[in-house]
Design a protein around this ligand. Structure first.
Ligand code: PMP
Length: 395
């Protein structure tokens, strides 16, 4: 027996259950038509919703800042990795979201872990939507606070749980746009519920930020202030096309995170050039609303024509448009059939989603053309003819 035999057995079991995860290698920039594993592919699975990851102005700003600051930040924010570019970006994000302050984290995963752990502890309670992103669930689980999951977007279920709770602090946590379903949290109802039950509300707007709102402020910032949604999280690696994340809120919140959020304190700051490039993205998000208009047109057209093919879609107004196929094997078969047509759409399987709800997760970007959408729809039509219509699973 070698030391890792038991791990090998676990891997084999995962493979046999069609749940094995593999990676692909991108040979060109992140854009709809790119090279993957050496082959030209048309992709519908990126989170680069506004097509900014490869925008020449964002790239030029990155290059210029790298000439000034070098490539790496060299230290954590609290040592000497906090550059002028980070500082300016934080101020701009605070202004953009209408909050007192914003604090940059190296990734969204770390922002969520660090924030929940800094805000609640053993005498407290965390209430999370059961479909929240893994980083929010892990943050709640590892915080030491009493951890509960309420039914998806079900404010009555949440209310009943809050009514029974006697903890010192209570934190409600939700995704803004749910990353695997594409639907939106009922923010207004959650705000009322939190206020009535003396709880704080944290919203992870990773997929709304940049895509939703008249200026792209996301699902929360345009309509709800920091007294209503006390903790607002956004990521920079999706619509903003760069990397990293931030938390926005009151002075007290941000100072608490600087003192106590371990994934903020003990990690290297994102490169200053990434912060600089994000400042350009932030300007473009605000000054080029036509990016959102074009994205919404694509989404609407896809929804109309996919439904006309007989496909069942989820209740999603966002660039995330899953088709739930149910079984892992069927989902893999569809993904492989699309790949044979030169299209990359990832198969999402348990444990990322619940058993029996495996799905194709189609995502759209402003950069997709109508002709590329035609190709996707034609291929879906062809696969429906070959494999039969999926049985319309609605979650
Ligand atoms: N929250 C949500 C809702 C996400 O979808 C993701 C990324 N998939 C994250 C947080 C993590 O963000 P990052 O990729 O910056 O770590």
């Amino acid at each position: 027996m070698s030391a890792f035999d038991s791990l090998r057995t676990t891997l084999t079991e995962r493979q046999q259950a069609h749940l094995y995860r593999t990676r692909r290698t991108l040979g060109q920039a992140q854009q709809p038509e790119t090279v993957i594993d050496g082959k030209p592919m048309l992709t519908f699975c990126s989170n680069d919703y506004l097509g900014l990851a490869n925008d020449p102005r964002v790239v030029a700003r990155f290059q210029a800042a790298a000439s000034t600051y070098g490539v790496g930040s060299g230290a954590s924010h609290l040592v000497n990795g906090h550059s002028e570019e980070h500082h300016q970006l934080e101020q701009e994000l605070a202004a953009f979201t209408g909050r007192d302050r914003a604090l940059l984290f190296s990734t969204g995963f770390m922002a969520n872990l660090g924030t929940i752990q800094a805000l609640v502890d053993k005498p407290d309670a965390v209430f999370e939507d059961r479909l929240n992103h893994a980083s929010l669930l892990d943050g709640g689980l590892h915080s030491g606070a009493k951890f509960q999951r309420y039914l998806h977007n079900d404010v009555d279920n949440l209310t009943r749980r809050l009514e029974k709770d006697q903890s010192r602090r209570r934190l409600i946590v939700t995704d803004g746009v749910f990353s695997m379903d594409g639907d939106c949290a009922p923010i207004g109802e959650l705000v009322n519920c939190a206020q009535q039950h003396n709880a704080w509300l944290m919203v992870d707007d990773a997929h709304g930020f940049g895509c939703i709102g008249s200026k792209g402020q996301g699902l929360v910032a345009e309509h709800f202030d920091q007294n209503q949604v006390q903790v607002l999280m956004g990521t920079l690696g999706k619509a903003f096309g760069t990397s990293g994340a931030f938390i926005a809120g009151s002075e007290t919140l941000i100072e608490t995170l600087i003192q106590f959020a371990r994934p903020y304190i003990y990690t290297t700051a994102i490169p200053p050039a990434v912060a600089a490039a994000t400042r350009t993205s932030l300007q473009l998000v605000q000054t080029e609303p036509e990016r959102r208009t074009q994205l919404n047109k694509l989404i609407q057209r896809f929804r109309q024509e996919a439904k006309a093919l007989g496909l069942t879609l989820m209740d999603s107004p966002t660039p995330i448009q899953p088709i739930v196929l149910g079984s892992e094997t069927e989902t893999l078969a569809w993904s492989q059939a699309l790949e044979a047509e030169g299209l990359l759409v990832t198969a999402i399987r348990p444990p990322t989603v619940a058993k029996g709800s495996a799905r194709l997760r189609i995502t759209f970007s402003t950069s997709h053309t109508d002709a590329q959408l035609d190709r996707l729809l034609d291929s879906l039509d062809k696969i429906c003819q070959q494999r039969g219509l999926p049985n319309g699973i609605q979650l």
